[in-house]
Write a protein that binds this ligand. Structure first.
Ligand code: MN
Length: 403
């Protein structure tokens, strides 16, 4: 394998995660212009609507392009690669490049349905130990199927959207009755999300092998969670208002095609999954994505995605095994990513062990859950082609006081 990135006529920063091997898609605008599709390259955005003249990129979301399917995705990626690597295209392409510092990013996808999984064994065991100390950390079904729930598609928002502290019913186990008020245990969940492009017919299943035919790409997700609302309401039907107030996504969707070098073998599964989930003898979709969580600029956690027990291909196979159809724009998230080390936990409830062991911050202060004014930024990178590094866009949010 060569370690030389493809040559490009663009003067890209040496350490850019947005090189020719990445080419993520997003929706942007500049002052006084409408929303359109762009591709990030270095510190620039290529205005795809202008560069291609294709109206599908002027619709204000990626959905219409994603609906065209994998052949169209491959063709455009090949076109973009040629444009950026062949100096002969410089004259026609360069006029459509805009500095990323001058654009406003928008929600890239009109989210159809939203599902959130629970596929990190370390995260599930940590929460099991905290919430059910007298029983096994994993529920009996956990190693047989990727557990998930349907979230609220309409409150998925792009990175930078303010996080209004939610209010609701809270009841600690020691309280006699619930009270109403602002969440006192506002938390994050560091996750990777997957965006469906190609729909499926009702009554059909999407097998493991068809994952890249349906899923276009990946983004970073912060599944904001109000733990006090969640712990009171979740039995017996699962997450509801403790999650539905906001889910933030990074503005750039990294195509699966950019993640080929990031593919790794997932952890061994014991027991062996049922056949529709069994990737033992196939080409599994473990992904070596390194996540970083920052609180007010300081790294507090580095969750490793390569340790996820269930892959996004298995999640998709499970999501459709009952015949439920996919729609263009469906988003499903991995579940909180946590590793075995204390500094690899993807939520503050784990980092502070249920609030009992406050996290010590570099400035000497401590934190259990989020305070008003806190800024959370989650970033992710992965191995790219030719020894390069692929960057995902950041997903940020600042906590605002309850109203
Ligand atoms: Mn979650």
């Amino acid at each position: 394998m060569t370690t030389t990135a493809p040559p490009t006529w663009l003067d890209l920063p040496a350490d850019t995660g947005f090189g020719v091997g990445n080419l993520p898609y997003g929706v942007f605008s500049t002052p006084g212009t409408g929303r359109r599709t762009g591709v990030a390259i270095g510190d620039l955005v290529l205005d795809l609507a202008a560069a291609t003249g294709d109206g599908v990129h002027a619709t204000g979301s990626l959905n219409a392009f994603l609906a065209r399917g994998p052949e169209a995705w491959r063709e455009l990626r090949a076109q973009l690669t040629a444009w950026f690597t062949d100096d002969g295209h410089r004259g026609t392409v360069a006029p459509h490049l805009v500095p990323r510092s001058q654009v406003t990013m928008h929600l890239p996808v009109e989210v159809a349905d939203y599902v959130d999984f629970y596929s990190s064994q370390h995260h599930a065991e940590n929460l099991g130990r905290m919430f059910r100390p007298d029983s096994e950390p994993l529920t009996p079904n956990w190693k047989h199927l990727p557990i998930g729930y349907h979230g609220r598609a309409g409150t998925v928002q792009v990175s930078g959207t303010p996080v209004l502290r939610p209010s609701g019913q809270r009841k600690a186990p020691t309280d006699d009755a619930p009270t109403f008020g602002p969440s006192q245990r506002l938390d994050i969940e560091a996750e990777i999300g997957f965006v469906v492009g190609t729909p499926s017919e009702p009554g059909t299943r999407v097998p493991l092998s068809a994952f890249p035919d349906h899923v276009f790409g990946a983004c970073v997700v912060n599944d904001w969670s109000a733990r006090d609302l969640q712990s009171w309401e979740y039995v017996p039907l699962g997450p509801f208002l403790g999650k539905s107030f906001l889910t933030s996504v990074s503005p750039w969707v990294v195509p699966l095609a950019a993640l080929e070098a990031a593919r790794v073998t997932p952890p061994a599964r014991d027991p062996r999954p049922l056949p529709y989930l069994d990737d033992t003898d196939g080409e599994p979709w473990g992904l070596d994505i390194a996540i970083e969580v920052r609180l007010n600029g300081e790294i507090v956690s580095c969750p490793p995605f390569d340790l996820m027990y269930w892959t996004p291909a298995q999640q998709l196979a499970h999501m459709t095994v009952n015949g439920a159809s996919l729609r263009t724009g469906d988003l499903y998230a991995s579940g909180t990513v946590s590793g075995p080390q204390a500094d690899q936990r993807g939520s503050f409830i784990e980092l502070s062990w249920g609030g009992k062991e406050p996290l010590r911050l570099p400035d000497g202060t401590t934190r259990t859950f989020l305070e008003d004014g806190d800024l959370v930024t989650i970033t992710a990178t992965a191995p790219g082609p030719h020894g390069t590094r692929i960057a995902f866009g950041d997903v940020t949010g600042r906590i605002e006081p309850a109203r």
